[in-house]
Design a protein around this ligand. Structure first.
Ligand SMILES: [Zn+2]
Length: 187
């Protein structure tokens, strides 16, 4: 569902200030910020650029069970730095959240809270989400439609005082998700 419309929209370029991304094996650099990811099991998560990925990113476990984040830099770079960091944090959240708490809404929320806690997301950045996510469609996997997704991010951002590192801070919102195939088609 995400592939056709959203990819076309994203490739048209909807952000005015691109966030050129670079990666080494475990570090993604976005707008001067060095981003890394560790799974809920304590594993460092390697980051790979995949230029043919039909979406901004995905999180999954490889056939040998290791966590991986793939990013398409050509799509990521269409977004402003705050939103690009959030996309990465969203994919990372799929690995940070234990399976029982892993969902698209939960990953969206955790990403916003984590970035705020790290000083990488400010309230003034929230307008970027409303502008840049508005054409991102919903999916059967639980992605909210773009405008609702931006609003969800805004609400989560406002509730960061209680952010916990455990990944279980909002378990009541979570739905069960299988571990091996965390994410298939949409970020
Ligand atoms: Zn996701």
């Amino acid at each position: 569902m995400f592939r056709g419309l959203a990819t076309a929209v994203l490739l048209m370029g909807i952000a005015s200030s691109p966030a050129p991304a670079q990666t080494s094996q475990y570090v993604l650099s976005v707008g001067g910020s060095q981003l890394q990811c560790q799974s809920w099991r304590g594993e460092r998560v390697p980051i790979r650029f995949n230029h043919s990925l039909p979406q901004v990113g995905r999180a999954y476990r490889s056939s040998d069970g290791r966590p991986v984040i793939e990013i398409n830099p050509g799509i990521l770079n269409q977004f402003s730095s705050p939103v690009a960091r959030w996309w990465f944090a969203h994919e990372c959240a799929h690995h940070e959240l234990p399976p029982v708490a892993n969902s698209e809404k939960q990953a969206d929320c955790r990403a916003a809270r984590k970035l705020r806690s790290a000083g990488l997301l400010q309230s003034a950045d929230l307008d970027h989400f409303h502008r840049e996510l508005r054409f991102v469609p919903a999916s059967a996997m639980g992605h909210l439609p773009g405008p609702d997704r931006a609003e969800h991010v805004r609400k989560c951002f406002g509730a960061t005082q209680q952010f916990a590192q455990s990944g279980r801070s909002n378990a009541q919102e979570a739905k069960p998700a299988p571990l091996p195939k965390i994410e298939r088609q949409a970020p």
